[in-house]
Design a protein around this ligand. Structure first.
Ligand code: CU
Length: 497
């Protein structure tokens, strides 16, 4: 009897499962009767995206360098879309005075942005420039197929490869090089984004930008001048020297900051090339109206910080309501203030005191650099790695120290920040007394001072810089902004230690 009851339940459960499976299968059936997951059926026609026919002549894909994106696909039919991308190995600047050999898709980090719609047939031509030293390939996360195209696109310098694929899933996808050692190729900048818009396109917005985070590993420390080689051992230990947006420190700062006007809607196509670090992407001063989580098709609303995995993406949308500077950061915050993960959107327009009233202190969130607020860990009195040969070089090297160490507080034009950091421009505190300036840099400064008639009562930490770096940066400051042109030598600095 017990066994019969047991058997009865097994049969009932089995039948129930079949019914459930049947219902499921019905829901999942595509227009042609094949079973499809819901994401692969277009909302409009209910067709399997694999069955979308391409129409008309093939078209060349518009590719753009960051932070810009190609025109939206809008209402166009699915097409045969030709993408031509060239791999270029080239020297670039990681930060003022620091050079790095980047490996790039299309000459930029991140690589050229590719914009497609679901159902497009992409004919992808990948070219490896003859001057390059290494073989490369491309793995596009938007590809359904072996290696995301990596095997089909593996090419030596001076060769090209063509392969094709159909975009089945709408979303925002990372592409990257997948040539061994894979981590090294990605670490040198070989990543970018490809967007697959849904049928009918994404909703129109006023501004769209392309921003991608990456972590970099160099033989020297943050800001150490000269050509810096890739450090495999730091990369393996995940000890990044630089964490940046769009390939370098300051790619989205100053003249290169993004812009928007009050009342505009902004969409950011965000990616994270890694190779190692996950991004806690945040914009200081803004809340995301919508986040298309991990670059997929569903969104969440009213978000402060969104995680972007290494090798992943996100689309965020927000309306800008008040003027000022919005600050893009990785909220793993030392990366932002000390490793470079900092960008800006400058918003112009009318104030709206209903939404925000009060003092805007833009600039306070600029890079502090690796030397700031750091306990001295070694004797930095000796010469820095490269010595300036003449005054012109002194000023040039000094500027690079300034941009990574002083700029955050004293600002690009030495104007300082009202009520917080005194100006260095036309400074009656500095001009005529070089020793006072040297002391401030090497010993720090505390207590009330008056600069150009205005009182300041803050703390300037002592700076962990070599004598020559101090000499260079002060010479730079004295050469700028109506200062008196004093020249400071490493010997003068040494005497004040
Ligand atoms: Cu590569």
């Amino acid at each position: 009897m017990k066994n019969q009851v047991g058997l009865y339940f097994v049969v009932v459960l089995f039948t129930a499962s079949l019914v459930l499976l049947g219902v499921n299968a019905c829901e999942r059936e595509g227009g042609d009767g094949t079973t499809q997951s819901s994401q692969r059926v277009t909302k409009k026609s209910g067709k399997s995206t694999a069955d979308i026919k391409v129409s008309g002549d093939p078209i060349m894909a518009e590719l753009t360098a960051p932070p810009y994106v190609p025109k939206p696909v809008g209402n166009r039919e699915a097409k045969k879309l030709k993408v031509e991308m060239e791999i270029i190995e080239e020297v670039g600047e990681m930060i003022d005075g620091v050079e790095y050999v980047y490996w790039t898709f299309g000459g930029t980090v991140p690589g050229s942005f590719i914009r497609t719609r679901v159902g497009d047939e992409i004919e992808f031509t990948l070219q490896n420039h003859p001057d390059n030293k290494l073989p490369h390939n491309i793995d596009l996360h938007a590809v359904t197929g072996p290696g995301g195209g990596a095997e089909s696109s593996f090419i030596a310098p001076g060769r090209e490869a063509v392969f094709s694929f159909k975009t089945l899933h709408p979303g925002l996808y990372v592409y990257h090089c997948a040539t061994a050692p894979v981590g090294m190729h990605i670490a040198n900048g070989m990543y970018g984004l490809i967007l697959v818009e849904p049928e009918g396109g994404l909703a129109p917005v006023d501004k769209e930008y392309y921003v991608m985070q990456g972590d970099f590993y160099t033989e020297g420390e943050y800001g150490e001048r000269g050509m810096q080689a890739f450090s495999m051992s730091k990369a393996i230990k995940e000890m990044a020297d630089y964490v940046v947006f769009n390939g370098k420190v300051g790619a989205l700062l100053g003249d290169d900051a993004l812009t928007a006007k009050v009342g505009e809607t902004v969409r950011l196509f965000l990616g994270n090339g890694g190779p190692n670090l996950v991004s806690s992407f945040h914009i200081i001063g803004e809340i995301f109206d919508r986040v298309y989580v991990e670059g997929g098709t569903s969104f969440i609303e009213n978000i402060q910080t969104t995680l972007i995995p290494a090798g992943g993406a996100a689309m965020i949308e927000f309306k800008v309501d008040v003027p000022g500077s919005l600050i893009l950061v990785d909220h793993s915050i030392f990366r932002a203030f000390n490793k470079g993960a900092l960008g800006m959107i400058n918003v112009e327009g009318e104030e709206n005191e209903k939404i925000f009233s009060g003092q805007i202190r833009e600039g306070i969130y600029l890079p502090e650099g690796g030397a700031v607020q750091e306990m001295p860990k070694r004797d930095r009195g000796g010469a820095s790695e490269v010595s300036a040969k003449n005054l012109e070089e002194k000023i040039k090297f000094g500027k690079s120290v300034y941009m990574r160490t002083c700029f955050a507080c004293h600002q690009a034009e030495g104007q300082g920040i009202p009520n917080a950091f005194p100006p260095l421009a036309a400074s009656d505190y500095m001009n005529g007394d070089v020793s006072k300036s040297i002391d401030a840099v090497i010993h720090g400064l505390e207590g009330e001072i008056t600069v150009n008639g205005v009182k300041y009562d803050g703390i300037m930490p002592s700076q962990n810089l070599a004598d020559e770096e101090v000499a260079n940066v002060l010479t730079y400051i004295y050469s700028q902004w109506d200062n008196d042109g004093s020249v400071v030598s490493p010997e003068m600095v040494k005497k004040r230690r």
